[in-house]
Design a binder for this molecule. Structure first.
Ligand SMILES: C=C1C[C@]23C[C@@]1(O)CC[C@H]2[C@]1(C)CCC[C@@](C)(C(=O)O)[C@H]1[C@@H]3C(=O)O
Ligand code: AKG
Ligand code: FE2
Length: 383
């Protein structure tokens, strides 16, 4: 794919301290010239120690599974079960996503985030919205700001959605961004296919009917997020993304070779070494609820460094908004997949997503806090 830079978009000088909407704007290129970072980016010292140990997590070869080889499928399912019961994290290779497509998606991330700030702001996230450009979430939060810029957009595989991503880029940034939109449209299609295959492998690993989750997510909605982490002059004082569990069901993440992703496991933060051509897969809160707590929602974060920018592409798989999140009964017994009493109430993704966007900043306790919030809201309406 021709990656010649898009036409240079000129824009007027910008007052970067405050936007017209009153929110604060994060301009990493000017902030990086300063010797210290603004106070709003400093995280509590308890959140900051850098990992010294590597995470023990499998790199699962999906080749045999894709070829219908039962023995390697069971081998893969066993690795996945063990990892998901421990920390909810594994990596996959021979995943079927083209290396060229993956590289183009990363390269276009560079092209977008290297645009002048005023051009990125043409795609800025609208208040209350999910899609769009954000600088450190400075328009949403006033402390513990993450040292990153993000671009998020939605995807769903349905009739009439063949151009949903392309049309987003063209409508927000202009015709000259059609190639970027096409690359991400194709990337999201590939990620969706892989996510459904992983849902099948998860069901097998849980002893459920292998089509259970594949069917549940057949009309999934996804959120694609491009993360760009600029170099930071005080990397030990801040975080690229704070400690959290993804509220979504499953995340497929492509990271570049720089490193910075950490997972909390065995009472310590552990770094994840980038594996060439591998994709990171982590369980989110919604899948933890679907497995009735048997699989753990992965607690993770991203640290930054002094000299190198880092990029990651996170593909968040979510159920259709109105589907009720409830563990499916496995074929062999009347108990739910996770066995024992229900750990979480029924809820819909629409309710949970709304909670993270309007009521609560997602962190390591989002699902628990959401369950309490649901309970208090329902008891309030019952009285
Ligand atoms: C449902 C979501 C909220 C966040 C994006 C996501 O699609 C999945 C991950 C969530 C997030 C990355 C968790 C850490 C805090 C957060 C505010 C962020 O750093 O971006 C979260 C995302 C959000 O925009 O709320
Ligand atoms: O950039 C990374 O490695 C992690 C990003 C992440 O966890 C997220 O966007 O939810
Ligand atoms: Fe995450």
């Amino acid at each position: 794919m021709d990656l010649s830079p898009t036409s240079v978009l000129l824009c007027p000088p910008l007052d970067i301290s405050h936007s017209s909407a009153g929110g604060v704007i994060f301009d990493s290129s000017s902030l990086r010239q300063q010797t210290t970072i603004p106070k709003a980016f400093i995280w509590p010292s308890s959140d900051r120690p850098a990992a010294t140990e590597e995470l023990d997590a499998p790199v699962v070869d999906l080749g045999g599974f894709f070829h219908g080889d039962e023995e390697s499928t069971m081998r893969a399912a066993k690795l996945v079960a063990n990892a998901c019961e421990r920390h909810g994290f594994f990596q996959v290779v021979n995943h079927g996503v083209s290396e060229l497509l993956a590289r183009d998606a990363l390269d276009f991330t560079d092209e977008f985030f290297r645009l002048p700030l005023c051009d990125k702001l043409r795609a800025r996230r609208k208040p209350g919205g999910v899609w769009g450009y954000s600088g450190a979430h400075a328009d949403r939060f006033s402390s513990k700001l993450p040292w990153k810029e993000t671009l998020s957009f939605g995807y769903r595989e349905a009739a009439g959605s063949e151009r949903v991503v392309i049309d987003y880029f063209v409508s927000v940034l202009g015709e000259e961004f059609e190639r970027m939109g096409l690359a991400y449209q194709m990337y999201c299609e590939a990620m969706t296919g892989l996510s459904l295959a992983i849902m099948e492998l998860l069901a097998i690993s849980l002893g459920a009917d292998r089509m259970t989750y594949r069917e549940f997510f057949d009309d999934s909605r996804s959120i694609m997020r491009c993360n760009y982490y600029p170099p930071c002059q005080e990397p030990e004082m801040t975080l690229g993304t704070g400690p959290h569990c993804d509220p979504t069901a499953l995340t497929i993440l492509q990271q570049d070779h720089v490193g910075g992703l950490e997972v909390f496991s065995g009472r310590a933060w552990r770094y994840v070494r980038p594996v060439h051509n591998a994709l990171v897969v982590n369980i989110g809160d919604t899948f933890m609820a679907l497995s009735n707590g048997r699989y753990k929602s992965c607690l993770h974060r991203a640290v930054v460094n002094r000299h190198r920018e880092r990029r990651s592409l996170a593909f968040f798989v979510c159920p259709r908004e109105d589907k009720v999140i409830r563990p499916p009964p496995p074929p062999s017994s009347s108990e739910d997949v996770g066995g024992g009493p229900r750990l979480y109430p029924d809820f819909t993704w629409a309710q949970f997503m709304d909670f993270t966007q309007r009521h609560y900043r997602a962190d390591m306790r989002t699902l628990r806090s959401f369950a309490k919030w649901l309970e208090s809201s329902s008891s309030a309406t019952a009285t």
